[in-house]
Design a protein around this ligand. Structure first.
Ligand code: HEM
Length: 309
């Protein structure tokens, strides 16, 4: 089984498109898109071989039931259950189809998204569209390098993001969780660099990790560092992008995390929003508000082809 482009690097530009299905809908249009979008990407890759064009397609829980009622369902595909901590909330927002488009040029991202919109036609409506960009040397908009602790090589990334023996029927698939954050940049920039570094758990200038004694328990990279029963680190593949509408004072991070089991991502979110122990919430959340939260299942390439039939 081959996986969709779920372990690719975040890229230079990305479009995150979340669609809702109009019901009663035109299922044929959706199926045409499942065939037509990968074909468009293939053609663009042939014409622009260096521009790393890709598009991952995922389905929300309700969409799966509606579009593929006779098929088995991935075990963890369910509407994301909101996480309510003492201070912070990770809301659950709707989404039927996710398109995660990446390329080194925005015009090529547009080309894929425009073709998708054309295939999908009236069968869908837009719930969210976010235009992400690579910021400086792959930094989140809050000024820190993002993605450092992602799995190091292809083998590790596949182990983290792609379903294997756990769900043989969905081998080659992946669970992807998206969350759109908006930051209070005024408050964030009001912190000293040292306090920002304590919130992230790494140094700002050179990205070096803070030493054990210097890293607070509520640092972002402390609460999201989770371990399995055998003590080994559990990783996911993150492809976050910065986005911004500066004239509207909107500065954000589009979080997107691919995992072979959603339980891993969920545990990280619970550590951030509730805390483990409860109350030890992620310091970054004091400056960041989650506006969306949606879980999708990304089928293997082979299953996607089957679903298009
Ligand atoms: C407010 C939005 C977020 C921002 C700005 C952000 C940014 C960062 C930055 C700058 C790092 C350090 C460099 C790195 O290792 O990548 C990091 C690490 C990490 N983040 Fe986030 N992140 C956000 C949300 C999330 C969410 C929602 C999750 C999980 C559900 C998450 C999971 C992780 C993980 C697993 C690490 C690596 C931890 C380790 O060192 O072991 N992040 N993030």
């Amino acid at each position: 089984m081959s996986h969709q482009d779920v372990i690719n690097k975040p890229g230079t530009y990305a479009l995150f498109l979340v669609y809702g299905l109009n019901r009663p809908d035109d299922i044929d249009s959706v199926k045409a898109a499942l065939d037509g979008v990968p074909a468009t990407v293939k053609s663009l890759r042939g014409r622009f071989p260096k521009e790393q064009v890709s598009c991952v397609i995922g389905f929300g829980s309700e969409a799966w039931d509606h579009l593929f009622p006779k098929r088995k369902k991935p075990a963890e595909l369910a509407p994301f259950a909101e996480i309510k901590g003492g201070r912070h909330v990770a809301p659950s927002t709707p989404g039927d189809i996710l398109l995660h488009v990446r390329a080194t040029r925005m015009d090529l991202c547009y080309e894929v998204a425009a073709a998708a919109a054309d295939f999908l036609g009236d069968s869908v409506f837009s719930l969210d569209e976010t235009h992400g960009f690579r910021y400086l040397d792959s930094r989140a908009i809050i000024g820190f390098v993002d993605g450092t602790e992602n799995p190091e090589n292809e083998e590790e990334a596949e182990a983290a993001a792609v379903i294997g023996d756990l769900e043989p029927d969905f081998r080659g698939g992946s669970y992807v969780f998206v969350q759109k954050y908006v930051h209070d940049m005024k408050a964030w920039n009001g912190l000293s660099t040292e306090d920002q570094e304590k919130a992230v758990g790494r140094r700002k200038y050179d990205d070096r990790e803070l030493a054990e004694g210097a890293k607070p328990e509520n640092a972002h990279n402390a609460v999201t560092n989770i371990k399995g029963d055998d003590g080994s680190e559990i990783k996911i593949v993150r492809a976050n992008m910065a986005f911004a509408n500066p004239s509207q004072n909107e500065h954000g991070t589009y979080f997107i995390g691919y995992a072979s089991t959603f339980a891993a991502t969920r545990k990280m979110l619970e550590n951030m929003f509730v805390g483990d122990p409860p109350g030890n919430t992620d310091r970054l959340l004091d400056f960041s508000e989650a506006r969306t939260g949606t879980l999708f299942f990304v089928p293997s390439k082979e299953l996607l082809e089957e679903l298009a039939e």
